[in-house]
Design a protein around this ligand. Structure first.
Ligand SMILES: NC(=O)c1ccc[n+]([C@@H]2O[C@H](COP(=O)([O-])OP(=O)(O)OC[C@H]3O[C@@H](n4cnc5c(N)ncnc54)[C@H](OP(=O)(O)O)[C@@H]3O)[C@@H](O)[C@H]2O)c1
Length: 307
């Protein structure tokens, strides 16, 4: 099976220091509708703020409607707040149904929400929680809304993956241990969920071939957000870590996902992985089309009653 990678994206004149406002400076999103998961915090909130500033109507998803409403009240622009608890697949289905009822087409579906490195194994539906939240919840949301994305003139799915996809479990995705019961390591299971984000984007891109819609994945950089709440050593040394040259601000961290969501230069570009607004190299497993296809099929089985 071949990888589905469209034309190479043009080189973007941005760096790791560019902010979301800077990379979208000349872009008019008036008339576009952008769904963002995890809109109440960190990169999702900044993406919502900046993309709304550029004129998009935002559908802002958070774990609860109250959280989504509170976040949307803090920015200028049009926001439809919705509840989407990704680890509750009934809630994901209800969210998708509520969005469908608006009759809106979706120009961008930004799968941004995520959790990282839960210290102890947590499970639901017999699945490890990071795989469920970061991957399967988004898998259901995207599949339930895909026709709304395809109905847009140039619909885009943007998967917020991570450089952490390089540090997944042996074999990339351990289909024999999606429950975590045969051994759980917090960071490698985070890596597995972020590899799943990338593989899902790759496979979706292949499935969207011949349509107007595209799918790409991104790594935002290293940004001190509440994402690291579970890692005591990071929290204890926050001010020191923030001064490291590799870390960046939330305004800079949201740049790549906003650029990939909004830049006209990326029309028709699909199946890529972006870092600092430019196409970057995927890991060995992240380049494996068979693994991507198998993950899609397994995910369909796992979530069958919600699709
Ligand atoms: N920060 C980094 O250095 C970094 C690096 C690489 C990749 N990323 C990726 O960037 C994305 C955004 O992270 P961030 O740094 O902005 O973290 P963040 O500030 O913690 O935001 C994460 C968002 O996801 C939401 N969320 C968590 N669990 C959820 C669930 N079960 N259902 C629905 N929403 C849920 C959170 O809601 P609550 O606030 O209610 O918990 C929050 O809105 C994540 O996918 C992360 O993996 C971040």
């Amino acid at each position: 099976m071949s990888m589905s990678i469209s034309k190479q994206p043009p080189r973007a004149p941005f760096t790791r220091r560019s902010t979301a406002e800077e990379v979208t400076a000349d872009i008019d999103l008036d008339g576009k509708t952008i769904l963002i998961t995890g809109c109440n915090s960190g990169l999702g909130f900044e993406s919502m703020r900046v993309l709304a500033m550029r004129g998009a109507r935002i559908i802002g998803a958070a774990r609860t409607r109250v959280k989504a409403e509170q976040a949307s009240a803090m920015i200028d622009g049009e926001v439809i707040p919705v509840a989407c608890e990704l680890s509750d697949l009934d809630c994901v289905v209800s969210c998708a149904e509520e969005i469908r009822k608006t009759g809106l087409t979706i120009d961008v579906l930004m799968c941004n929400a995520g959790i990282m490195a839960l210290p102890k194994l947590q499970q639901k539906y017999g699945l490890e929680m990071q795989f469920l939240t970061n991957h399967l919840g988004h898998f259901v949301l995207v599949n339930r809304l895909l026709d709304r994305v395809e109905a847009a003139p140039a619909g885009r799915v943007v998967m917020v993956s991570s450089l952490g996809h390089y540090t997944s479990v042996a074999g990339g995705i351990n289909f024999d241990n999606l429950s975590g019961e045969r051994g759980y390591v917090p960071f490698t299971f985070y890596g597995q969920s972020k590899l799943a984000n990338l593989l899902m984007s790759n496979e979706l891109s292949r499935r969207l071939e011949g349509s107007r819609a595209t799918s790409n994945a991104i790594h935002p950089g290293i940004i001190m957000t509440p994402l690291s709440r579970n890692i005591g050593s990071i929290r204890a040394n926050l001010s020191r870590i923030m001064s490291w040259p590799v870390t960046r601000s939330v305004e800079q961290g949201a740049a790549t996902q906003c650029y990939v969501a909004a830049s006209p230069a990326l029309d028709g570009v699909s199946g890529h992985y972006f870092v600092d607004c430019n196409a970057a190299r995927k890991s060995y497993h992240g380049r494996n089309p068979e693994l991507a296809s198998r993950l899609w099929e397994v995910s369909e089985k796992l979530a069958a009653q919600y699709l």
